[in-house]
Design a protein around this ligand. Structure first.
Ligand code: NAG
Ligand code: NAG
Ligand code: NAG
Length: 381
């Protein structure tokens, strides 16, 4: 034993290693491989030129490099690694409308919630949302639509980092607002794991922790789109007879723009060609505000049985006027949240409940600090 061990340590032997016959053989083998490879390429080029494209498959499959792993099913619909793309809305909506005809997934799919932020620019409530999302990485995706002129500068560690989608100008009460919402839905639909789609604004906050939100959405039989039939000038009064026969007065609905819908309804909104032109032409300011009627009316006609007809986003209209109340730092008190969180009743899967809202608006940027203070105790965040 001893001499052989010593032999291994001998510097002379070590130095001799490169000229050993084994590596030489390896080199020859490698050269031979190279010759076969180059020869194969020439042969395939020759064959392509002389016998047409049909031979390509044969040549490619017989010279497949061994380090390339065969694709597993997930490779065929991986969400894009970057949210940026150059598709226009026509191309994007077409791509987003793909729906599998076989309904059961042949792989493990963990359904996610797509949180879609429709904003002008900054997200002042971002620190609160960061806390909300923390620890639930596999269960959500984030999409942000802001004015194209706005440059987001979230840090690498932020959940909002590089979650901005290609955006266009969206104006309040105009069809460009619904276009932006459809654009958010379409981008989110590109990820097949997204099952629920929540529309939020920069002034929205979460009212419950993530676990509760996830359970509430995933166990609901209905999607949450505020939709009601309102007699009077601000409801039925905004209906225009030219919308018939696609839309009749009895189907005309009004409701808040802030929704939570499932994948099926998201596809319906993105694929719509029937109601869009009617609303675009006959629901215009200042007589009609399209974001309060388009999806609400369309889904009431298409899929009434899937709608809860209420919104999950609390908003206070009691102060009157065209815009709801904005809450600032002096409003952030425990009693304020008690009113929203407990003193309510609504139906959830046809049963009465006091848990009616998961989100709330509108909150001014100066409400952030007191919100962060109160959140662990009052919101469980
Ligand atoms: C979420 O809130 C509920 C009720 O407030 C609480 O029971 C639960 O532990 C919270 N979950 C997390 C992960 O904090
Ligand atoms: C609207 O009413 C007309 C005439 O009654 C009917 O033919 C049409 O199907 C209705 N449209 C919808 C969407 O129900
Ligand atoms: C929502 O309204 C539609 C008609 O507008 C109705 O068919 C549906 O049952 C309502 N949903 C619930 C949960 O009551």
């Amino acid at each position: 034993m001893q001499p052989r061990l010593e032999e291994g340590k001998d510097p002379a032997v070590t130095r001799a290693t490169p000229s050993r016959p084994f590596p030489l053989r390896l080199l020859r083998f490698f050269l031979l491989f190279l010759v076969i490879g180059v020869g194969g390429s020439f042969l395939s080029m020759y064959m392509i030129r002389h016998f047409g494209i049909h031979n390509v498959a044969f040549v490619q499959s017989s010279f497949k490099p061994c380090f390339q792993k065969p694709a597993i099913i997930e490779n065929w619909f991986k969400p894009p690694s970057s949210l940026l793309h150059t598709m226009n809305d026509v191309e994007l909506f077409w791509r987003a409308s793909f729906v599998p005809r076989i309904k059961s997934y042949p792989f493990k799919r963990t359904p996610k919630i797509a949180f879609m932020f429709l904003t002008k620019g900054p997200l002042p409530m971002a620190p609160l949302w960061e806390k909300f999302f923390n620890g639930h990485e596999k269960l959500y995706s984030i999409y942000v639509h802001s004015l194209p002129s706005y440059n987001a500068d979230f840090s690498l560690s932020s959940v909002f980092y590089q979650r901005q989608i290609p955006s266009q100008v969206a104006e309040w009460g105009m069809m460009s607002m619904c276009d932006a919402e459809r654009r958010l839905l379409a981008n989110a639909l590109l990820d097949i794991s997204n099952e629920w789609f929540v529309l939020l604004s920069e002034s929205c906050i979460p009212l419950q922790n993530f676990s509760i939100v996830y359970r509430y959405l995933s166990r609901s039989r209905y999607s949450f789109m505020g939709a009601f039939d309102e007699p009077g000038p601000y409801g039925r009064g905004r209906y225009n007879e030219n919308m018939a026969p696609e839309i009749n007065m009895s189907d005309w609905r009004k409701g808040s723009q802030w929704f939570e819908i499932n994948r099926e309804l998201a596809v319906r909104i993105v694929e719509d060609h029937t109601y869009y032109p009617k609303l675009k032409e006959f629901c215009t300011p200042h007589k009609c505000y399209v974001d309060e009627h388009y999806f609400q009316t369309m889904l009431t006609i298409n899929t009434p049985h899937l709608l809860a007809n209420r919104s999950l986003t609390y908003v206070d209209w009691s102060r009157g006027g065209a815009h709801p109340a904005t809450f600032g730092k002096n409003d952030i008190k425990e009693e304020f949240f008690k009113k929203i969180l407990q003193d309510q009743t609504c139906l959830y899967n046809n049963q009465p409940t006091s848990l009616c809202f998961l989100f709330a608006r509108k909150f001014a940027p100066n409400a952030l600090e007191p919100l962060l203070d109160i959140a662990p105790k009052v919101l469980g965040i």
